[in-house]
Write a protein that binds this ligand. Structure first.
Ligand SMILES: [Zn+2]
Ligand SMILES: [Zn+2]
Length: 747
């Protein structure tokens, strides 16, 4: 077909795909009107629909779909327009393309990646939640049996890992190499991700070898990640002793306890006995202050900082099973896990109390389809490789794939017909083809029921608003982990994995968030701690006058020096210990003093630590000029200060709207920061660590570079998409006229 030249314009397009790639919607329509093939593919197999959904040319995409453009046509990497719509968070197009067949959301590219798995590789959680509500299985597996959770752990995407754990994605699932999510996190040294997994029960998997015999600890050791190795050993030890992998999530809380204990010891054994006779009142005051500080600390640790919703990330100890080593057979990874999944049917039921029976049944059924699909894929692969199902003498069991032995009973059970090894290859192929088709149909039907059930479950809990926001792609207004609409000044704490009302900050010293719910307790705690430390100096001065100076007059300097050099820690050395403690406490005094000063000033101006540090959009609106150290004091008079302080103590948030929303539109979502919701990675970057075959090289985890694709554009239009993946409302205009670099092929 001759190339098309848009009227009076120089660009010539061979196909409508090329015209769409330059975002020339007019040319596309004109070409279609003059009879060009709507499904024509460009050099890389992309169609006009690929480009239209990618660039969010909404009206063009709609017209293409009306003219029956195929949403399932794969490009050279097997990615369909549905994959691309997921990559660009184009909910509108995703919905339109899959409206009549939700099974299309589970399409696979040449590596078996579904749009869901690709979204997890790209840390795109909102779109995953959208697919989840359409009935996608969180346990979808690619051609190596890897789930979205394993990919997110491999990539170190904390947000996606958190979301997947909140949807009960299995930490115990093994890929064809026998690796679990924590194996991948250990291998790549993603410490925070590993800790999240350990929290929900992966601590029981630290001793579990993969198909090559490596445990997560061994993998971390091989990568010389000493911190992770130590952390793993510590978690194992604590789990055996206390039944939980750690006492507090970070070391600061432990440090604080050590500091307090040290001070109490010095006071009880040295200072108090020395001044008790003359200043019993001072002793009692300090003891009372310390007791009060400790009580406030405990209260702050366990208080509710103002969680917006119930906890969504629940432990999976039950699912991991009694013995994770025995329940897996490296020769038959799929079969052994299928059996295990069925055995745990009852257990799984209890893993999520909020789940209805019907929902649990559908989830389980759909998960079974994932394994069955693995078996069929493997059988097809073997058929291709060996030219026969049993293959005769030439038959070689390749890799650590599936044995195929389970396939026939499975197909009988599913009424999928039979695969007869004596039949010619062509017949066997057709039989597998039929089985695959039947499986797809069942998975689609179950998925649709599951989606309905999931939504019904949310509606029952009064989350109708949340569901409709997700459905419309208004991702900025919701938190997909907590499944809640974001509130004014709320923020999702990454440490706790929950949204907190008017989040101030996550305080490592109390190992808890500080928010609207416990801001008063926290403030009282730091003030009380400051006075306790300051009072320590009062008792030290009393101690010096009561005990030290009199003892000096009794003994000579020479004697004292003699004690020191002989390292005799007798009573004469006690003053030295007190002196060192007092010097050390100076650091704490300065630190806590600064903390009190900061929180007092934040209270006066009605801002939070988070807002001052991150300066989200609503802060920039309230403080357009943020010059100088105390920029947040701008425009705060004495009356306003008194009002803010009163509001702080009576938990009155009615002034927030006036303070922050003065010039904002009602729809302005000031609670989400752009950085928080941005989708990482260039969408074209397939984010594939190790493509086909790379994983199967020995050692299996080495040499897994990101696959570089010709359309791997890095910056360019990819960057533009990455910066604002949620800009559904703003439409195509967001991406503006494409600069030269926006053309993925550099044209
Ligand atoms: Zn949240
Ligand atoms: Zn927190």
């Amino acid at each position: 077909m001759s190339s098309y030249a848009a009227s009076n314009q120089t660009p010539r397009f061979n196909t409508v795909a090329e015209a769409a790639q330059t975002q020339n919607a007019e040319a596309v329509i004109e070409m279609l009107n003059s009879g060009y093939n709507i499904n024509a593919q460009d050099m890389d197999g992309n169609t006009a629909l690929h480009w239209a959904v990618w660039f969010r040319l909404d009206s063009l995409a709609q017209q293409l779909m009306e003219r029956q453009a195929r949403p399932d046509l794969g490009n050279s990497s097997g990615e369909s327009p549905v994959h691309w719509a997921a990559k660009s968070s184009n909910v509108l197009a995703l919905d339109a393309m899959t409206k009549h067949d939700r099974g299309l959301i589970s399409q696979r590219d040449c590596d078996g990646f579904t749009p869901f798995i690709i979204s997890s590789q790209n840390d795109n959680t909102p779109i995953m939640e959208w697919m989840y509500l359409k009935g996608i299985s969180v346990e979808e597996q690619d051609d190596w049996g890897r789930t979205a959770l394993q990919w997110a752990c491999y990539k170190g995407h904390r947000r996606t890992v958190q979301w997947l754990l909140s949807r009960s994605a299995s930490v115990a699932h093994r890929d064809h190499e026998g690796m679990t999510a924590i194996h991948w996190a250990a291998l790549k040294g993603h410490e925070q991700v590993a800790e999240m997994l350990i929290d929900v029960g992966a601590v029981q998997l630290l001793d579990v070898p993969d198909a090559a015999g490596d445990t997560p600890i061994a993998l971390a050791q091989r990568k010389k990640n000493r911190y992770l190795v130590m952390c793993f050993h510590k978690c194992q030890l604590f789990f055996q002793i206390f039944g939980r992998p750690h006492l507090s999530h970070n070391h600061f809380a432990n440090l604080f306890v050590a500091f307090i204990l040290f001070n109490i010891c010095v006071f009880t054994f040295i200072v108090a006995p020395g001044i008790f006779e003359n200043h019993i009142f001072a002793v009692l005051v300090w003891a009372a202050m310390m007791g009060g500080s400790l009580a406030l600390w405990v209260k702050a640790c366990w208080s509710d900082p103002g969680w917006i919703g119930p906890k969504t990330i629940l432990p999976q100890h039950k699912r991991i099973g009694r013995d994770p080593i025995l329940t897996f057979d490296a020769d038959q990874p799929v079969e052994s896990q299928m059996i295990h999944a069925e055995e745990n049917e009852e257990l799984d039921h209890g893993s999520c109390e909020s789940m209805t029976d019907e929902l649990a049944r559908l989830e389980l059924e759909q998960n079974k389809f994932n394994y069955q699909r693995q078996l069929i894929t493997e059988a097809r692969r073997k058929l291709d490789e060996t030219g026969g199902f049993n293959g005769g003498p030439g038959y070689v069991l390749t890799g650590a794939g599936t044995g195929g032995t389970e396939l026939q009973p499975l197909m009988n059970e599913m009424d999928l017909g039979s695969v007869d090894a004596n039949q010619p290859q062509g017949v066997q192929q057709r039989q597998l083809e039929r089985a695959s088709f039947a499986l797809r149909e069942r998975a689609r039907a179950t998925g649709e029921n599951l989606g309905r059930e999931r939504i019904a479950n949310l509606l029952d809990k009064g989350r109708g608003e949340y569901v409709s926001l997700i459905d419309k792609g208004e991702f900025k207004q919701v938190c997909v982990v907590c499944r809640a609409r974001r509130e004014m000044r709320s923020h999702h704490c990454k440490e706790c994995g929950r949204c907190v009302q008017r989040l101030d900050h996550h305080c490592p010293w109390i190992d808890n968030c500080v928010g609207l719910g416990n801001q008063r307790t926290f403030y009282c705690f730091i003030v009380s701690l400051l006075f306790t430390i300051a009072d320590f100096y009062v008792v030290v001065v009393l101690y010096v006058f009561d005990e030290v100076i009199p003892s000096w007059t009794r003994s000579s300097i020479g004697q004292l020096w003699g004690q020191l050099t002989k390292f005799q820690f007798g009573p004469e050395l006690q003053p030295l210990i007190v002196l060192v403690t007092a010097a050390f406490d100076l650091i704490w005094l300065a630190f806590v003093g600064a903390l009190v000063a900061r929180h007092t000033s934040y209270m006066i101006v009605n801002v939070t630590t988070y807002e001052v540090l991150v300066r989200p959009a609503h802060m920039q609106r309230r403080f357009p000029k943020s010059r100088g150290r105390f920029w947040f004091f701008n425009g705060c008079g004495p009356l306003r200060a008194v009002r803010n302080c009163v509001a702080y103590w009576v938990l009155d948030t009615t002034h927030d709207a006036g303070d922050f929303l003065a010039q904002a539109t009602p729809m302005d979502s000031f609670v989400a920061t752009s950085g928080d919701m941005a989708v990482a990675g260039a969408p074209h970057n397939r984010g594939v660590a190790g493509g086909t075959g790379a994983y199967h090289a020995t050692p299996h985890y080495e040499g897994t570079p990101a696959r570089s694709y010709p359309q791997d554009i890095g910056g360019g239009s990819g960057g533009a998409h990455g910066a604002s993946p949620m800009g559904m409302g703003s439409g195509a205009g967001l991406y503006g006229p494409p600069p030269a670099a926006a053309s993925p092929f550099g044209r």
